[in-house]
Design a protein around this ligand. Structure first.
Ligand code: SAM
Length: 191
């Protein structure tokens, strides 16, 4: 079974827009407890690999899919974590997916702002990692500045779609932005 109900969200997102393919290298941000890692590892198959990052420790996956997965414990708002992810990827990646969410304070405007900040961090990481043609998925809580984030994605991808997967409809404030087909290759500081 899957470690999280969230696993079904990634399945639905992938059914909708085919973000992960066999042989891909995938980076999964906010990966604990590991439901998306399980789904991504199945989809990339034996020739693919998946790098999962979270503040929390991620327990090893069961069975052969564990061989395709590497996990990093760290904070994606810190440069040193982003550098570790770039090192682990060892080159351009095919998909960056982020299900990162803040600890809920209960005050929506604060939680929404934190969610948007995490989504921005994921986007910056995607720009450093994604190969031409690569795909990006990011969770964000709906709110005023989401349109600006979407506009920034529009500049980088062939097209962008916003969706609320059925599996998350009871948490009605979250949506996922999907950027399909990166238009350019990564440019890193120092290149
Ligand atoms: N997709 C996961 C799954 O299928 O099991 C569920 C992810 S859960 C909704 C959100 C995760 O984002 C939490 O595990 C949390 O620790 C992580 N997170 C929040 N802020 C983070 C940060 N700054 N860096 C790394 N992970 C973060």
């Amino acid at each position: 079974g899957y470690r999280s109900r969230a696993a079904y969200k990634l399945k639905q997102l992938d059914d909708l827009e085919n973000v992960i393919n066999g042989g891909d290298t995938v980076v999964d941000l906010g990966a604990a407890p590991g439901g998306w890692l399980q789904v991504a590892a199945e989809k990339v198959g034996p020739r693919g690999n998946v790098i999962g990052v979270d503040l929390q420790r991620i327990k090893d996956l069961e069975g052969t899919i564990d061989e395709r997965v590497e996990t990093i414990r760290g904070d994606m708002t810190e440069d040193r974590t982003r550098e570790r992810v770039i090192d682990a990827a060892g080159g351009e990646v095919d998909a960056v997916v982020s299900d990162m969410a803040p600890n809920m304070s209960g005050e929506y405007s604060l939680d929404q702002a934190r969610s948007l900040y995490l989504a921005r961090q994921a986007f910056e990481t995607a720009l450093e990692l994604l190969d031409t043609g690569g795909n990006f998925v990011v969770k964000v809580f709906e709110g005023p500045d989401v349109d600006d984030l979407r506009a920034d994605l529009d500049d980088e991808f062939q097209y962008v779609r916003a969706t609320a997967p059925k599996a998350s409809r009871d948490e009605s404030s979250e949506i996922y932005l999907i950027g399909k087909g990166r238009l350019t290759a990564p440019v890193r500081p120092g290149d």
